[in-house]
Design a protein around this ligand. Structure first.
Ligand code: CS2
Ligand code: MG
Length: 403
């Protein structure tokens, strides 16, 4: 029997911070798992290094399900983003090893291809509406079939999802930047710019929008209803998902599809939303929801209720997650769409990935495993971790709002 011989936690900052777990088996096969949790990176690094890595040494790398159960049930303290990201990193690395040993790209082990590629949506954004419209035009020219549109709300400092200096990076300052928020201003403005996008570019592509947990349920209901004629692919995170019954209220008022789940980490947190048919797309990801093993379970449950996948894919999810999500998205029957935000240019120096973009879809090459290699020499050039935090949103009266 082969055993896990090494478990390394690798931290690098090629344009942004990434935490990666690399497992090496006694027969010399390595596997990678993403362990990046934006703004709380070192908590997961310590969880893995101090509490998980010592337990992995000597275990059988073949036993992926058993290792998942051992780390989840065995810890007693279960769920939550830190734990589930750590478990995900181990799980993903073990699937990478298994698929390399089989000599197959991972999707083959998951049942083989269900589709030719996974449709993605990139972000179009603008500090002004004309800037947003130019960005939509640029992305349509590049052949994307689906586009997310966000514009800065006039009069508010900082808006989530909008580029600054040509790039959007959610966590971009050494202390959380404080931004101003007004749901009233947003509700007045967002439907109008989304309408301008449809007026200018028509209906031949999917249009998405992220509300980013900002509205109350009744505001979200009003928003959803006000954009119905624009036929959004989805409105994302219309209200914070801790209050899951509130989605029933939104549903009573609008048929705009709803996507939720980027901040939810287990099947238990989406069970109510899925089984009560309160959402249309589930946005959990490989890295924050327990890896391939657990995410597949979530998507299988979702399939019973005609809920489709819509994996989170912001830049804080590393190319290892991107490849893993792509492998899973190729295989599952109920794939919906995949977020594709891209990375700073330096990231590709460290993560050599076989994932390719064609006609608005991602696909993988025939490399065995996930198809991603970690370049230690390049990583050494980007070795310094840079503390970076997501912003905090305050209402106009100074009180803290959901970010
Ligand atoms: C966003 C993310 O991509 C999205 O849909 O909600 O950018 C999110 O804010 C970040 O990933 C948080 O780290
Ligand atoms: Mg989002």
């Amino acid at each position: 029997m082969a055993t896990i011989e090494r478990a390394e936690v690798l931290i690098c900052c090629p344009g942004r911070n990434f935490v990666t777990l690399r497992l090496t088996s006694s027969d010399g096969v390595t596997g990678l798992g993403d362990a990046t949790l934006n703004g709380r990176e070192l908590a997961v690094a310590s969880y893995l290094r101090d509490h998980v890595a010592p337990l992995l040494i000597g275990r059988d790398p073949d036993r992926i399900e058993d290792t998942w159960q051992y780390l989840y049930k065995g810890a007693y303290w279960r769920r939550g983003p830190v734990t589930m990201t750590a478990v995900a990193a181990v799980d993903t690395a073990l699937w990478d090893i298994k698929a390399k040993l089989a000599g197959m790209p991972l999707h083959q082990l998951l049942g083989g291809r269900s589709r030719d590629g996974v449709m993605v949506y990139p972000h179009a954004s603008g500090q002004t509406v004309p800037e947003l419209l130019d960005d939509v035009a640029r992305l349509l020219d590049l052949g994307y079939q689906a586009i997310r549109a966000q514009a800065a709300v006039p009069g508010l400092t900082g808006s989530y999802g909008v580029k600054k200096n040509g790039r959007y990076e959610p966590a971009d300052s050494a202390r959380p930047e404080e931004q101003a928020w007004s749901s009233e201003a947003y509700l007045d403005f967002a439907p109008r710019y989304l309408e301008q996008v449809r007026q200018r570019f028509g209906f031949d592509f999917h249009l998405l929008h992220d509300v980013h947990h900002r509205l109350t349920p009744i505001q979200a209901a009003r928003f959803g209803r006000s954009v119905e004629q624009l036929r959004l692919f989805w409105m994302e995170d219309p209200t914070p998902a801790e209050d899951q019954e509130s989605f029933r209220l939104i549903r009573q008022h609008t048929c705009t599809p709803i996507a939720v789940g980027e901040a939810l980490t287990s099947i238990w947190e989406v069970q109510h939303l899925i089984t009560n048919r309160l959402i249309d797309y589930v946005r959990c990801t490989v890295v924050h929801a327990g890896g391939i093993t657990h995410l597949r379970r979530i998507f299988d449950l979702a399939d019973l209720y005609q809920v489709r996948s819509g994996c989170h894919g912001a830049s804080d999810l590393s190319p290892v997650t991107q490849a893993a999500a792509c492998q899973l998205g190729l295989a599952i029957p109920n794939f919906g769409i995949q977020e594709h935000m891209g990375y700073p240019p330096q990231t590709a120096e460290v993560f050599h990935s076989g994932v390719q973009l064609k006609d608005g879809c991602l696909d993988v090459d025939d490399s065995p495993g996930l198809g991603v290699e970690y370049d230690d020499q390049a990583a050494a050039r980007f070795a310094d971790f840079e503390p970076k935090y997501l912003p905090v949103a305050r209402r106009l009266d100074g009180s803290v709002h959901d970010w």
